[in-house]
Design a protein around this ligand. Structure first.
Ligand code: KIV
Ligand code: ZN
Length: 402
């Protein structure tokens, strides 16, 4: 592995291929138990996604409820830049409703899906493979009569035989699909398998180059980001994701992780997204607040500890050069600064820097005494706050005067 100036923004340019960011926080994300949002909350999230540069916002599932229909319609009406997608099963009434909901969008998309794996065909849909091909031809054509931008998804693609998957994709493209999404619906794939699935489908299906291929990964085995990146390597140029990775079961691939992985490792991945990464922290907070879903402390990119350092060795390194222990700058994700957390593992250098930050100047003897008091306190207390440190300094001054 080469060493690079990791925290300097990577070069962008003609040699980088653009990956379309399709955010489904308001649809797959909202399917996360308990994450229901009000209309106002959805509008606030959609506005922020649009401002931060998301290319496609999947605003909901219009047939699911009146509330979903109204949310998709209102987001379609007011969104200035992004394409607005509405989800539809492979059922004529769903497709008509989705078409109606996205009608006022600057660019509206119908996203229709049907299962393709044997386990879904036999046990859930009770349809033969040929019957499903007929359904794809009819429903995609119906959607194309309503809008120019149609996405078709092969639900449970990763548990579908490659031969049958190719037949389905060929039918969808023939009927007019402009985006082909091959989801890892149950989070089962490994990165190598997922990459190869895209490579094979794109090689074997006639006219595959007429559609943009898309990744959509669930995180059941914690592989959603690795799989998404592998699918992009296999030729996909759209990534479906959610803010904070919320979604069914263990969630979807997290938008902020995809964006920052592509940006930070631009040295090995020749892609770029249109996302303003400085808005990631704000988006994470907004979605967490709207859904009442806390962000886990150690969550990559937006967790409260993502830019926090407690160990003395790390804090010492950070004070000397930020790239010792940070591969991206806090500013690149919208944070004002790195957080050197004062705790029992903190060393003298970090403690002195904290005193400077608090405007407290001590002689060497005073420093020694206050540092020992701090270590003793940190052994007893989980969090040592700025006020605790100020109190320790006051104690030292009081004792010195006795
Ligand atoms: O995970 C999945 O397969 C989905 C489809 C509806 C695209 O969310
Ligand atoms: Zn999904």
């Amino acid at each position: 592995m080469t060493t690079t100036a990791t925290t300097t923004p990577p070069a962008t340019g003609a040699s980088r291929e653009r990956v379309i960011v399709f955010d489904t926080t308001l649809r797959d994300g909202e399917q996360c138990p308990g994450a229901t949002m009000t209309l106002d909350e959805k509008l606030a999230v959609a506005d922020l996604l649009d401002t931060m540069g998301v290319d496609v916002i999947e605003a909901g599932f219009p047939i699911a409820s009146i509330g979903d229909f109204e949310a998709v319609s209102e987001i379609a009406r007011r969104t200035k830049r992004a394409t607005i997608a509405g989800l539809a099963r492979a059922i004529p009434a769903d497709i008509a409703r989705a078409g109606e909901a996205v009608r006022q969008a600057r660019q509206g998309r119908i996203h229709t899906f049907v299962s393709t794996s044997p386990i879904h065909l036999v046990h859930q849909m009770r349809k033969t493979e040929d019957e499903v091909i007929e359904i794809i031809l009819k429903t995609v054509a119906q959607a194309r009569d309503l809008v120019a931008d149609v996405e078709w998804s092969a639900m449970d693609a990763t548990r579908t035989s490659i031969d049958y998957l190719c037949r389905c994709v060929e039918a969808a493209i023939k009927a007019g699909a402009t985006t082909i999404n091959l989801p890892d619906t149950v989070g089962y794939a490994t990165p190598g398998e997922y990459r190869d699935m895209f490579r094979q489908v794109r090689e074997r299906v006639p006219n595959a180059d007429k559609a943009v291929f898309s990744v959509h990964c669930h995180n059941d085995l914690g592989l959603a980001i690795a799989n998404s990146l592998a699918g992009i390597e296999g030729g996909a140029r759209q990534v479906e994701c959610t803010i904070n990775g919320i979604g069914e079961r263990a969630g979807n691939a997290a938008l902020e992780e995809i964006v920052m992985a592509i940006r930070t490792r631009a040295d090995v991945m020749p892609y770029e997204t249109g996302i303003e990464s400085q808005m990631l922290t704000r988006a994470s907070k907004l979605v967490s607040h709207a859904t009442n879903f806390p962000v886990q402390f150690n969550k990559a990119i937006v967790g409260r500890n993502a830019f926090a350092h407690e160990s003395g060795i790390h804090q010492d390194g950070m004070l000397k050069h930020a790239e010792t222990y940070e591969i991206m700058t806090p500013a690149s994700v919208g944070l004002s600064k790195t957080n050197l957390v004062m705790g029992k593992h903190s060393g003298r250098a970090a403690f002195r820097s904290k005193l400077d930050e608090l405007g407290l100047t001590l002689s060497d003897n005073q420093f020694q005494d206050v540092f020992e008091r701090f270590k003793a306190l940190a052994d007893r207390k989980k969090h040592v706050y700025d006020e605790d440190i100020e109190a320790l300094v006051d104690e030292n001054l009081a004792t010195a005067h006795d």
